[in-house]
Design a protein. Sequence first.
Length: 367
Amino acid sequence: MRILTLNPGSSTMKAALIEDGVTRHAETWAAADAVADESAVHDAIGRWGRPDAVAVRFVHGGSRPGPVFADEEVLRALDRLGSLAPLHQPLSVDVTRLVLASLPDLPVVACFDTSFHNGLPEAAKRYALPRAWTRQNRLRRYGFHGLSCGYTARRAAELLGVDETEPRLVCCHLGSGVSVTAIRGGASVDTSMGFTPIEGAVMATRSGSVDPGLLLYVLGTGEVDLDGMVDALYHRSGLAGMTGTSGDMREVLAARAAGDEAARTAIGVYAHRLRREIGAAAMSLDRLDALVFTGGVAEHQPELVGEVAEGLGVLGVRTAPDRLAGRGDRLVSPRGAPVAVLVLTAREDLELARQAERLLASCRTPT
């Protein structure tokens, strides 16, 4: 089966053609609006051929436990979640609508980052808020980067030579967004992102967790209104806010290497907060078998992975410089280390295709 996977981002459109679980084509287009996204989709189909189905990544799926076939009713519901993931959700809705309009006879599957975390234990899911607010189970921790986590859990088990439900993992997705997830039995049992993708570790332009009292104080000064606060937390905080750069890790690391003090401090905060999240996630497991780093920053900045790992000795985490310097999916901890440390390429495209194929197979009627 040929599945076209679409992963709309805030500045790019990632597309891949997966055939029977194998990537045949993959490309990234500069795209940040519906017009550019439509051009990218048509370009992909024109060059790669007509797929059997299309799978689209959605950051937020609400309480949906798995992928669904997209139609206008589903898209209206997903559009209402846009304010909870404004960097990605509206783009995914737009892309899916244009695919439905352009290829009306093809099945289009919406796959959700939140679904992987749908079974979070109550203790990890709840906020300590008034029951009148939380009784409908909407104001809770959803978790994100689930498509990445699902693939990572299976790939890590494969490299470790065990069944995918066996290892206790902490998965660190390091890209523009950053999340840390504890995985047991192939399922999420705790995660750093919560009601929105702002919570948790420091990110490229997002703040990560901030004392809500501080935010209330700033709002109370009248210097910023609600819209300004949203803009600041999503677009003008994180590494970008601390350094005056775009927040791209390559730019910040280059500035640090050139002696920029703000960049040095920002990387220190980034690593410190990431270690805190890793430690917290590890406490949700009965043991820690492996610490896995994935995402663009992990793939392309292995020295930063080593820097983060260096402060995690209390968990038995160590890395080997020669292995860190390698490429591709690999074990980067020394032989015999108590905790395996892996660096994996993020393959959300394979997870999108896998989920779409499983949904399509479940709907087939035996002949």
